[in-house]
Design a protein around this ligand. Structure first.
Ligand SMILES: Cc1cc2nc3c(=O)[nH]c(=O)nc-3n(C[C@H](O)[C@H](O)[C@H](O)COP(=O)(O)O)c2cc1C
Length: 175
């Protein structure tokens, strides 16, 4: 029987949602229905799902606190299901920081919580200077300058490796 999956995400600029939409497509290709849910609209009912996938982007070093709250308040329920977690950030554009074991945000995240999903992954996100506020643009340019990334304020660049997203989707279908 096909399993029902909830893809619950936290996003600011929509990129984590875009990744969830792609994961939904992959699951559907495997005849597995999946619902994509913004954490902002999540009503709290997980009972209809066999699999819970949580995805969140990084803003100034941290994942959205609503995702962390969901994990901490529903840990036992999550542990009764198949689960996965993924993080989206720009540090992950570097090959040596692109796995859950080597990405500093994911490593720190798992030090702060005791929940362990069946599968974890890290994806490089989107850089979109024109859409950021002056403050954010300045801060991100500084971070990019320090880490040898693009600093041209006109840069709009998607660093996401979609093949990696697809491979993660296939792993989810097998959970
Ligand atoms: C204000 C701001 C702060 C960010 N802080 C970080 C950061 O500390 N580390 C990092 O690797 N990426 C950082 N990013 C990059 C985001 O994680 C990346 O753009 C991601 O694709 C955003 O996903 P979202 O649209 O789902 O929120 C930041 C982006 C913005 C706009």
């Amino acid at each position: 029987m096909s399993k029902k999956t909830a893809l619950i995400y936290a996003t600011v600029d929509g990129h984590t949602q875009k990744i969830c939409n792609r994961l939904q497509d992959i699951l559907l290709e495997h005849d597995q229905p999946a619902e994509v849910i913004n954490i902002e609209n999540f009503k709290g009912d997980l009972s209809g799902f066999d699999r819970i996938i949580l995805g969140a982007s990084i803003r100034y070093g941290v994942h959205d606190k609503k995702i962390i709250e969901l994990i901490n308040t529903r840990q036992a329920e999550l542990e009764s299901k198949k689960t996965a977690f993924f993080s989206v950030n720009l540090v992950a554009r570097k090959a040596e920081k692109s796995s859950p074991e080597t990405n500093p945000y994911v490593v720190k995240f798992f030090k702060q919580i005791s929940w362990r999903p069946d599968v974890a992954e890290t994806f490089a996100g989107m850089l979109d200077y024109p859409r950021y506020s002056f403050f954010d643009r300045t801060m991100i340019r500084l971070i990019m300058w320090m880490t040898k990334g693009p600093t041209d304020p006109k840069t709009v660049k998607e660093f996401t490796n979609w093949e990696k997203v697809d491979a993660f989707g296939k792993r989810l279908a097998e959970l």
